[in-house]
Design a binder for this molecule. Sequence first.
Ligand code: HEC
Ligand code: HEC
Length: 151
Amino acid sequence: MRLASILVAICAAEAFAGTTPEDGAVIAKSNDSTVSELMIQIAGHEGDPAEKVFRNIRIPWLKNVPAGTFLTIMKDGYAAALGVRCEYCHVEGDFSKDDKRPKRAAREMAAMHHGINQQLAKMQELKPRPGGRFINCSTCHRGAVSPLSDE
Ligand code: HEC
Ligand code: HEC
């Protein structure tokens, strides 16, 4: 009896904390519309380097990516890999701000991902793969904020 009521209390607390995963389709729709709004704002400059169009691009290999492609990377690469909305990493209304810890963590992750690809390219004992070998955010995250199994 006692244990059961404790369990009920824990479950209720979790539900209250909002741990139910949000519907992926709802998140995807929100991200699509955020990107559409930004595409309108940068209209005419989609092909210009991201660092010229946006204000705070620090990841070296993203600086020269066309601004339109950069937004696709944000949506299909970053947000979809983690299964989150843009706002998980970004302050609403100003994408250049670094206030949110996950945005800063994503920069560290980008460096790790880049390093792994450089190491993969140097490996001698893998079987040949004509297109080369690249991992990306989804290789680990697969739609979840944490790829670690203990959470
Ligand atoms: C997992 C975290 C994460 C998610 C989710 C994410 N971003 Fe980003 N975003 C970043 C990081 C990190 C940068 C900075 C890149 C750099 O320093 O080169 C950035 C930069 C940007 C910038 C440039 C802002 C500026 O002026 O410097 C825009 C615009 C942007 N993101 C849009 C989006 C959109 C739209 C979405 C959702 C579809 C999104 N981001 C989802 C991490 C994220
Ligand atoms: C080699 C595996 C791996 C790759 C590749 C990877 N991540 Fe991660 N990521 C992790 C692990 C492990 C954690 C820590 C999870 C934890 O502590 O629960 C993490 C955590 C994060 C977090 C922090 C989430 C939070 O709220 O604390 C963000 C943001 C993130 N990753 C974004 C990215 C992005 C963006 C990419 C691609 C550029 C990426 N990750 C690539 C393994 C990876």
